[in-house]
Design a binder for this molecule. Structure first.
Ligand SMILES: C[S@@+](CC[C@H](N)C(=O)[O-])C[C@H]1O[C@@H](n2cnc3c(N)ncnc32)[C@H](O)[C@@H]1O
Length: 292
């Protein structure tokens, strides 16, 4: 359904939306501020009807008569559930196994041999930031297990996977995916790392699941509570929601929590400002922390 055009006499910029609900400029600005300050997500004016359309469903489900009622509920809620609902409606959790395959190829053929070759211990730390429902993080774990083969058990190759949404983290922890989502997994990996749970679904094996630690984490936190620096960070398809300043600041925090020579992978449609970014540009969507 189309959003109705605004009448010139609607001086509060009231946007009419389907089913008789409307949002005022003031309400939209409050949602923008909330979403920006809590999640770093930059909602432009062009996103107005999208936001309204998506939130309207929540308002109806929860019986809020106005957007102001909903905003008050989000601001007052201490459980984090309301914020979770908000971020789930505003951003997308879209992901799939081995998305942007070139990254996984580059990781096994270039980044891992280089990083491993420089290590003096067997303590490798990877972080999959904004992991959504787990396809990306499990893909990484499977790839690592394949890369090291028999020797994997001699490595302490911890994989941390984080997202702001408790909902997607729940799916990730269970590791159960419908068969059409597992289609992208190479057959060898599918046989090795998945078990069929029923006609429709596959589950990532326990051996892979225990290699990934899922935690809720907001990338806007200015304090990254990690004791040891990471060798590899995947942070893909989330920076697209952030403005350039937020992206720069986040890249700086990654940098401060990575090993020299460590690799940062971002989404192919995302960029870091090369004049500001402390990383070396390696190739599209791949960056490295200089050795010195
Ligand atoms: C499009 S998914 C990307 C998933 C995966 N990285 C990929 O590339 O397929 C974006 C994810 O970012 C998460 N997200 C959005 N804002 C965030 C924030 N401020 N901190 C952490 N995660 C965030 C969302 O919950 C969502 O799961």
């Amino acid at each position: 359904m189309m959003e109705r055009s605004r009448r010139p006499d609607q001086d509060d910029g009231e946007a009419q939306i389907p089913h008789g609900m409307s949002i005022t400029d003031h309400e939209f600005d409050r949602i923008r501020e909330l979403v920006y300050s809590r999640f770093g997500i930059n909602l432009t004016e062009q996103k107005r009807s999208l936001v309204v359309g998506r939130l309207q469903k929540v308002l109806k489900q929860k019986n809020f008569a106005t957007f102001s009622d909903f905003i008050r509920y989000v601001e007052a809620d201490k459980t984090g559930e309301a914020l979770d609902t908000l971020v789930n409606r505003i951003s997308t959790n879209h992901t799939f196994f081995f998305r942007e395959k070139e990254h996984f190829t580059y990781l096994t053929e270039q980044a891992l041999p280089e990083v491993v070759g420089r290590m003096s211990d067997r303590d490798m730390r990877l972080w999959c930031a904004a992991c959504s429902s787990g396809e990306e993080s499990y893909g990484l774990a499977m790839l690592l297990m394949d890369y090291f083969g028999e020797d994997y058990r001699n490595w302490n190759a911890g994989l941390l996977a984080t997202d702001i949404s408790a909902h997607v983290l729940g799916i990730a922890r269970r590791g159960v995916y419908p068969s059409d989502r597992v289609r992208e997994v190479p057959p060898m990996m599918k046989n090795r790392y998945f078990t069929k749970v029923d006609k429709e679904n596959y589950q990532v094996t326990e051996a892979v699941r225990r290699e990934v630690t899922y935690r809720r984490f907001n990338l806007m936190n200015t304090d990254f509570p990690f004791k040891k620096p990471f060798h590899i960070v995947f942070c893909r398809n989330v920076m697209i929601y952030f403005d350039v300043e937020t992206r720069d600041a986040l890249a700086r925090r990654f940098f401060d929590h990575m090993m020299p020579g460590g690799y940062l992978f971002i989404g192919h449609s995302e960029t870091l400002r090369r004049d500001i970014c402390p990383f070396e540009y390696v190739r599209p969507a791949v960056y490295r922390k200089p050795l010195k």
